[in-house]
Design a protein around this ligand. Structure first.
Ligand code: CMP
Length: 139
């Protein structure tokens, strides 16, 4: 995947609270093109695989439980400098530290229930995108 794309998902608490539309609006207004999008659901094993890099960390079990408690919205986003620009748009992991105008400032509830995920590198954006979308869906 080029450095024009990143992977994101709206987390279950934000879906349950009716924030899909508000989050997508902020994403599109920030200049991202939605390349692929689906509402789906992770089971605890899939959530564990997706977040395997965090295995062993104190928040890992809760993270896997939280990410599998309801539907998520998975998406691939396109824009120049997508990974870094999207991380700036979502804000800090901890909503108490998230800047005004960021998605997490608007919709996160805690460090764990932080509304959205955003890939942290081009390499992970490619891996995470193929976790949810087939080759033909990534157009
Ligand atoms: P995300 O961007 O999806 O990537 C890893 C996730 O782990 C993160 O958002 C949070 O949901 C969660 N996380 C990271 N750090 C902490 C923490 N210190 N306490 C609780 N959850 C965390």
């Amino acid at each position: 995947m080029s450095n024009n794309r990143t992977y994101s998902m709206v987390k279950p608490h934000a879906v349950a609270d009716g924030h899909i539309g508000g989050i997508l609006k902020m994403i599109e207004e920030a200049g991202f093109r939605i390349v692929a999008l689906k509402k789906t659901r992770l089971n605890p094993e899939q959530a564990g695989k997706f977040y395997a890099v965090h295995e062993g960390r104190p928040f890992y079990e809760h993270l896997c439980q939280m990410m599998s408690e309801g539907p998520i919205v998975a998406m691939i986003l396109e824009k120049d400098n997508a990974v870094a620009d999207f991380r700036a748009l979502i804000g800090s992991t901890d909503p108490a530290e998230a800047a005004d105008g960021t998605i997490r400032k608007a919709f996160a509830k805690s460090k764990s229930e932080n509304a959205v995920h955003g890939s942290d590198s081009d390499e992970n954006a490619a891996i995470e995108s193929s976790f949810f979308f087939s080759e033909t869906e990534r157009f």
